[in-house]
Design a protein around this ligand. Sequence first.
Ligand SMILES: [Zn+2]
Length: 248
Amino acid sequence: MEEQIRQLKEMIDCSTKIVFFGGAGVSTESGIPDFRSKDGLYNQHDIQFDQYRPEYLLSHSCLVDKPEVYFEFHRQKMDTRNIKPNRAHEYLAKLEQKGKLIGVVTQNIDGLHQKAGSKKVFEIHGSALRNYCMNCGKKYDRDYIFDSKEAIPTCSCGGCIRPDITLYEEGLPEDQVQGALKALSEADMLIIGGTSLTVYPAASFINYFRGERLAVINESEIGIKAAENTLIIKRKIGEVFDALDQMG
Ligand SMILES: [Zn+2]
């Protein structure tokens, strides 16, 4: 571990255009359950939702066909407003402030990178902290759906207000994808963290990286075959970044 941290620090020290690509594992240390692990969202048994597959509860079909179920699930499981960023988010924000990091590409919808102070964040699955009307496009603030007393939050135009997240059966937000791919193609170092790279198309993004230094920090095996000189650290990402931070 010590030696790997030292290697990672050396890689970071000689890079000036770092991109971080992260998944659910970045947020689990803040107490947000991921989807697939033992304590993840897919394995929580909840009488109210047990009759539905978790993928269905996060799908466009559910939003359209059973909106009252969709919004109840969203209010109960996606409200991250009081959750704080952790050491991983904080370290990445510092790297950006030092002018070494050109972008964070995240599959998470919790807004924790921005809470930690990161500015260049590409949210390729959107954010649960933004809402908009599906009919007229009017934007609604962070609290609107979570605090709404209506089972199905409704816009003044009569349309349904939904969170700005990418559901199953929906395409990724084009502007975020373009920004992410541009940053990845310009990066001299890529750090992949807290993701097993099994969710497509997000996982295919890393093919846009053309730099020399690639590091992967994830507790479990990843779904890609990494090049020989890839630094792979099988640890919690917060632990690794904390150790780096202490090295100055
Ligand atoms: Zn509207």
